[in-house]
Design a binder for this molecule. Structure first.
Ligand code: FAD
Length: 384
């Protein structure tokens, strides 16, 4: 698969599978299994994996374009895809002791038969995902036992595996975590509540409980205590880029939904469309477009920084998610105002986009935490 064919497959799925059912799935809070099947059949679940595992080994530029395209169709599905890609990245970079056990799983991912996700956030440490309060306990046989209350896990109950963080058995500090791969069939893992969010309602981000889950050493993805660097170096750049792309997809959908409303809704007594009649609405639509294109340029810049890492890469990664969260909220809020009562009374998809747009800023690292990190790093203050 090439960059162009990957994006074209994503566009086809977004138009054919995602967009037509996004509204209904949002209303019902229904996870779209058919979207995952379509992504799997198109080879997009293994987009970044190497060819020897059956993947296409495509980089951040294609990942960003695919993410944005999916988010234009349905941000809930795009977020499911993002969490899967992050889980996949964590599994693919597993320590050598796990290679044999995870290789068949990675092949299943590339073949479209396996959806993964991240289970980092815990009820105890809330958005501070880098500091799990759960701790893995050693069993005599080389395996560990994990009990944890994971507070939000996208694709809960639908994923075939969960990349789970827990403090390392002998970890001394709050960030001395280890990452494990816990398959959905592991005894003791269960979905521990309903997902009834304000937005991204169709992505099953429910709590998950682990009760004395036994995980063999072959499924220990990082060395003991090396979960934290994996979160920062493997997961965070892709997560921030992917979340920014979800925001961009939402902005583009809001611009197009608003433009369509301004063209089609009429003042019959004036014989004009809203857009023809009111300069103020045209100006607000233009502001939405300017902010959307600004975000697209920022994403291009982050992609370039990831392709050619340099001193400013981490700063741009941190900035991207903070800026994208604000842009998505601004653009969709303006869309709500411009589309007026039609949006407020839920006659347009703009209202779903507005709700979905509010998730990005609260997903960890939250917009506030990112500002803390950026401010501290500019002042030379340690981040943790
Ligand atoms: C739709 C959705 C999907 C999710 N999917 C997943 C998933 O798949 N896997 C996963 O592990 N997690 C997931 N999460 C969890 C998410 O990443 C956060 O951990 C969670 O939303 C934070 O919850 P909280 O508001 O209770 O955090 P809190 O920590 O209570 O934050 C409350 C407020 O305090 C602010 N705040 C917190 N700490 C600081 C600080 N140091 N400086 C400044 N401000 C601060 C926050 O910005 C926020 O505004 C998901 C969340 C959502 C909403």
């Amino acid at each position: 698969m090439t960059h162009d064919s990957a994006v074209s497959k994503a566009r086809d799925i977004a138009g054919r599978v995602l967009a037509p059912s996004a509204g209904q799935n949002d209303k019902a809070g229904r996870f779209s299994s058919e979207a995952i099947t379509a992504l799997g059949e198109a080879g997009l679940l293994g987009l970044t994996l190497p060819p020897e595992l059956g993947g296409s080994e495509l980089g951040p530029r294609t990942f960003a374009a695919v993410m944005t395209t999916l988010a234009e169709g349905d941000a809930s599905v795009a977020m499911v895809y993002l969490m899967h890609m992050l889980g996949t990245a964590a599994i693919a970079t597993a320590r050598s002791g796990a290679t044999e056990a995870v290789t068949p799983i990675l092949k299943d991912i590339a073949a479209g038969r396996h959806l993964s996700t991240l289970a980092f956030s815990e009820a105890g440490s809330r958005s501070h995902f880098w500091a799990p309060v759960s701790r893995a306990k050693r069993n005599g046989n080389g395996s560990v036992q994990i009990s944890a209350k994971k507070s939000f896990v996208t694709s809960a109950g639908h994923a075939q595996s969960y990349v789970v963080s827990a403090l390392a058995p002998e970890g001394a500090g709050p960030t001395d975590s280890t990452l494990y791969l816990v398959t959905a069939s592991t005894r003791g893992i269960s979905v521990a509540g309903q997902w009834d969010g304000l937005g991204l309602r169709a992505n099953a981000s429910a709590p998950v409980a682990l009760e004395n889950c036994e995980v063999g050493s072959q499924f220990q993805l990082t060395d003991d205590g090396a979960g934290f660097p994996a979160m920062l170096n493997v997961v965070l750049p892709l997560f921030n880029l992917g979340t920014a792309c979800v925001a961009l997809g939402l902005c583009r959908a809001a611009v197009s939904g608003t433009a369509s409303h301004l063209k089609n809704a009429k003042f019959e007594h004036l014989g004009q469309s809203l857009g023809e009649s009111l300069p103020t609405l045209r100006a607000q639509l233009a502001t939405m477009q300017i902010e959307t294109d600004g975000l697209a340029a920022r994403i291009d810049d982050v992609v370039d920084h990831l392709e050619k890492p340099r001193e400013t890469t981490m700063l741009r990664v941190l900035e991207s998610k903070a800026a994208a969260g604000d842009a998505a909220i601004n653009v969709t809020s303006t869309a709500m105002r411009v589309c007026g009562g039609a949006a407020f009374s839920k006659h347009l998809n703009v209202e779903r986009l507005f709700r979905d747009a509010h998730a990005g800023a609260v997903m960890a690292p939250t917009g506030d935490v990112l500002r803390e990190f950026i401010g501290k790093s500019l002042l030379g203050i340690p981040l943790f």
